[in-house]
Design a protein around this ligand. Structure first.
Ligand code: ZN
Length: 657
């Protein structure tokens, strides 16, 4: 592990807090040290308050920040002397501790200080860094872990036996640290948890972290437990979208809500799945308490998930029976599923959650494989895992997470999603918590959003293989499809019937009509498995009810599509899939409406462009956003019992009314 320290970057720092921000971000750049929200850092700074009184503040990482991009505001200033006094109390409940932390910050609006703040406070060094370093956990999570840690570090570290994070851990550290500290002490190893380093400068503390963790890596290397020989992988996997969608449906049932399922298959995953001891190593607990809530339990390959659910219920009841305050059961769905065919599947209430679990578990697999090469992986006993999972503070975090969004855990596919109404639908669905697969011919589709809940696939909706490819990528990323927005379409230049170019006619029917049949065919097996039942919304057209001269190809294709969907509603009602149509008109902020087309349409009606644009009875503008908001709501509970409805969004068309 290399130090990333760069003196010329540090020269930009104005003060100690700046240097704290700088070296915290360096720490965040090592994924082998900290992952998403993991790890924490602090600095102790003497400051004068408004009355001129000097006091020392502990600037400690607050909740809601990741080390990799933390800012000054991500640190909570807490009164150090108060924290040190708290550490001397014989007992402090977690809610009391959080209350003390929150009420002793000196800036209103500061984030809640880390639950490890008291531990940072008692360590008598200006800078303190804490990580859950993979290499250190690999050492500690073996039967001979304690001996190995002593062998690697000698008197450079103080060793703390496992205690759940919180006040008791801080208190134990306060006691053991001062009993065992030597002049050579540079850090502290917390068994089955992680490592602290400290120093008088930001550089000293950070580089001690790098040096101490490197020693664990070197030790593993010497013991031939560092390199994992990875197998060569088959070129491509077979189509997985149906088994993945089935798995997601079952897991969503167990969880009691729609969930996102994310699939991955890498050489590391293959190695893990084929390990001779896979059945036992994969059933072990997480590597560090920081990962418990998010990874939960790992059902074995091929294990029946319902049976797993029953086991969990039993486990929960047994532990809960003796608890003074019974806990509300968390949703019992596992977050990690390993399957020889599907690879690693991770589950979350959102795409981001599922991705975080995937990253954490990828590190966990490395830790487990290395520990197995070294000796034997040994996680915390079940009781300790349960204690962390049902920890007051974790329960409080869950309560604080608040109400889920309308489409949390659900997935939508939008065609023609790179511009106009399609693009607006993507935005409306993302805003309501859905994960979205966008499909378009335009290459921009791949990059219009850089977020884990968006998957852009370039493809032609008239080509069955392109549709299959889009569904396959989308389902591997999200686990299924719940909503389909049929939007892709073209509006060819005006042509009279007499002069109709048959190629234009055919192309219009292919894109506006037949492509949608292909999509419906390909997506049907997936929509049937949607946890809250499948929904389709079609972007129709006012032309269905009120066609215009010169627009025969467009009007005929949209009218035929309308019939296609009415029949689909009849056929799929038994599967609880509902299909509704919006008929927009004169949505001029879309790619279809070039200036030439607007001019031509106005001419066809004998109007000026201005008259044409405001010809609806309400005299209102209709935007892509207006249409998209209606489309999104039609996928929601308000329309739960409506199918085959056709809703105009056109400001009122006198010819239709
Ligand atoms: Zn920790």
């Amino acid at each position: 592990m290399q130090s990333l320290w760069n003196e010329s970057d540090v020269a930009q720092c104005r003060d100690e807090l700046d240097r704290r921000v700088y070296s915290s971000r360096l720490l965040g750049q090592h994924p082998d040290l900290v992952l998403h929200g993991g790890g924490n850092t602090s600095v102790k700074i003497k400051e004068k308050n408004l009355l001129g009184e000097e006091r020392t503040l502990l600037y400690v990482k607050g909740s809601g920040s990741d080390l990799i991009d933390i800012t000054r505001a991500g640190f909570a200033p807490v009164q150090l002397d108060h924290l040190v006094k708290l550490a001397r109390l014989p007992k402090l409940s977690d809610p009391q501790m959080v209350n003390e932390l929150k009420t002793h910050v000196t800036v209103s609006g500061a984030p809640t200080p880390s639950v490890e703040a008291i531990l940072h406070a008692i360590l008598p060094y200006t800078y303190v860094d804490h990580s859950h370093a993979d290499a250190v956990i690999t050492l500690t999570n073996t039967p001979g872990g304690l001996q190995r840690v002593k062998e690697v570090y000698g008197d450079n570290v103080v060793i703390i036996p496992y205690v759940m994070p919180g006040f008791d851990l801080a208190r134990l550290c306060a006691q053991l640290f001062f009993e065992q500290r030597q002049p050579a002490t540079q850090g502290m190893i917390l068994m089955n948890h992680g490592i602290f380093s400290f120093g008088e400068t930001a550089r000293e503390s950070y580089e001690r972290m790098i040096e101490l963790v490197s020693r664990a890596e070197n030790y593993l290397q010497k013991q031939k437990a560092w390199q994992i020989s990875l197998p060569a992988m088959a070129q491509s996997l077979p189509a997985l979208r149906l088994p993945l969608t089935q798995l997601r449906q079952r897991l969503s049932q167990v969880a009691g809500m729609p969930m996102i399922l994310r699939q991955a298959y890498t050489p590391l995953i293959e190695k893990y799945l084929q390990h001779p001891q896979f059945p036992s190593i994969s059933q072990q607990g997480p590597a560090t308490p920081d990962h418990v809530i998010r990874t939960k339990r790992v059902p074995m390959a091929g294990q029946n998930i319902d049976a797993f659910n029953t086991d969990y219920q039993k486990y929960f009841n047994e532990h809960n029976a003796t608890a003074r305050e019974p806990k509300t059961m968390l949703d019992p769905a596992p977050r990690v599923i390993l399957d020889p065919q599907l690879g690693l599947c991770t589950l979350g209430k959102s795409s981001q959650d599922a991705q975080v679990v995937q990253e954490i578990y990828s590190h966990t697999m490395e830790i487990i494989l290395r520990a197995t090469q070294l000796e034997k992986y040994q996680a915390l006993p079940a009781k300790d895992i349960f204690d962390v999972e049902y920890w007051d503070l974790e329960q409080a975090k869950l309560r604080a997470a608040g109400k889920p969004k309308l489409f949390s855990g659900e997935v939508a596919l939008v065609t023609g999603a790179a511009s106009g109404i399609g693009k607006a639908c993507v935005a409306a669905l993302l805003a309501r918590g859905a994960s979205v697969i966008g499909m378009d011919l335009n290459v921009d589709i791949e990059t219009c959003y850089q977020r884990t809940d968006y998957c852009g696939v370039r493809g032609d909706v008239t080509v069955r293989e392109d549709i299959q490819r889009a569904l396959e990528s989308g389902v591997r990323q999200f686990g299924g499809v719940d909503m389909l927005i049929l939007n892709a379409g073209i509006f060819p230049a005006a042509q009279s019937i007499a002069a109709m170019d048959m190629n234009v006619w055919q192309k219009t029917l292919d894109i506006n009509l037949s492509a949608n049949l292909l999509l419906l065919q390909e997506i049907y097996p997936l929509l049937k498995l949607a946890p809250r039942h499948g929904r389709v919304v079609v972007i129709g057209s006012k032309n269905v009810a009120a066609p215009g001269p010169g627009a025969s190809a467009y009007s005929a294709s949209k009218a035929a599509l309308n019939q296609l969907l009415r029949v689909t509603a009849l056929e799929w009602g038994k599967d609880n899939i509902r299909i509704n149509t919006v008929h927009p008109d004169a949505v001029f902020d879309t790619a279809i409406w070039s200036d030439e087309i607007i001019q031509a349409r106005a001419q066809a009606y004998g109007m000026t462009v201005e008259q044409y644009k405001q010809r609806n009875v309400m005299g209102v503008d209709i935007t892509s956003h207006d249409v998209a908001e209606l489309v999104a709501e039609m996928c929601g509970p308000l329309f739960a019992k409506t199918t085959a409805a056709q809703i105009p969004i056109d400001g009122g068309d006198a010819r239709v009314i």
